[in-house]
Design a binder for this molecule. Structure first.
Ligand code: ADP
Ligand code: MG
Length: 229
């Protein structure tokens, strides 16, 4: 069973002369365990597509399926529930809470999961240890480098062991060395957790790191290629 599918999905903004087809009749399917990139220039529709797959937005027409389940017509509460259970997010700008420590930022993802504080702390610490930050648990974001902050974000995305991890331009705010380390880590976690990693980029160097490259231009599917890496 596929982990996520966009089926003839469109997302239009505005109408008449201001109509923007951010995504236009886009069909793509990802299988469990994939390490795939969505690539295209700025404005091509990457974020729009990832927001639909991540259930942060709904299509103007077409269908989004997660783990075999159609999400059509679901309430925002139901969508939030699926998101919480199955999807982890990593953002370009890390999106960490500045006043919280690394471990507290990761713990936020476990909020409402019914675990006691001790269990929560253990799971968050373990997740940070996995991304190589086991000895920086108490640092706040401004006491960490960009690459380290993105590692905290990765730990937060993975702490609930989601089937699908979505990363929108995760290396865009990093220098190439830190960006490569983040990609190495994502790939390692992809292999260990068997979670599907779906990330976006407009950087050809980053694109080369994916096993599958889905190219998007003007909201349309341009190419879908598997490469041997
Ligand atoms: N909320 C919005 N309102 C109007 N147009 C939007 C909105 N969000 C995105 N767009 C437009 O949709 C297109 C695709 O945007 P986006 O998905 O952000 O591209 P990318 O992530 O590849 O840079 C762009 O032309 C953008 O201006
Ligand atoms: Mg974008």
């Amino acid at each position: 069973m596929s982990i996520c599918e966009l089926l003839s999905a469109s997302r239009h903004y505005g109408s008449g002369p201001t109509l923007v087809k951010a995504l236009d009749n886009f069909t793509v399917t990802f299988e469990p365990g994939e390490f795939a990139v969505l690539s295209g220039p700025s404005g091509s529709g990457k974020t729009t597509a990832l927001n639909l797959i991540g259930l942060l937005d709904t299509p103007t027409s077409g269908l989004v399926k997660i783990d075999g389940q159609s999400t059509e017509g679901l309430s925002s509460k139901a969508l939030t529930e699926i998101r919480g259970q199955k999807i982890g997010f990593i953002f370009q700008s890390f999106n960490l809470v500045p006043v919280l420590s690394a471990v507290e930022n990761v713990e936020l993802a476990l909020h409402l999961s019914g675990l006691n504080p001790k269990q929560t702390r253990e799971m968050a610490s373990e997740s940070l240890t996995q991304v190589g930050l086991g000895d920086l648990l108490d640092r706040r974001p401004n006491q960490l480098s960009g690459g380290q902050q993105q590692r905290v974000a990765i730990a937060r995305a993975l702490v609930k062991k989601p089937k699908l991890v979505i990363a929108d331009e995760p290396t865009a705010n990093l220098d190439s060395k830190s960006g490569n380390q983040v990609l190495d880590l994502m790939r390692q976690l992809n292999e260990e957790h068997k979670a599907t990693f779906l990330f976006s980029t407009h950087d050809p160097m980053v694109m080369e790191r994916a096993r599958r490259v889905v190219k998007i231009l003007d909201g349309r599917l341009l190419a879908d290629e598997t490469q041997g890496v």
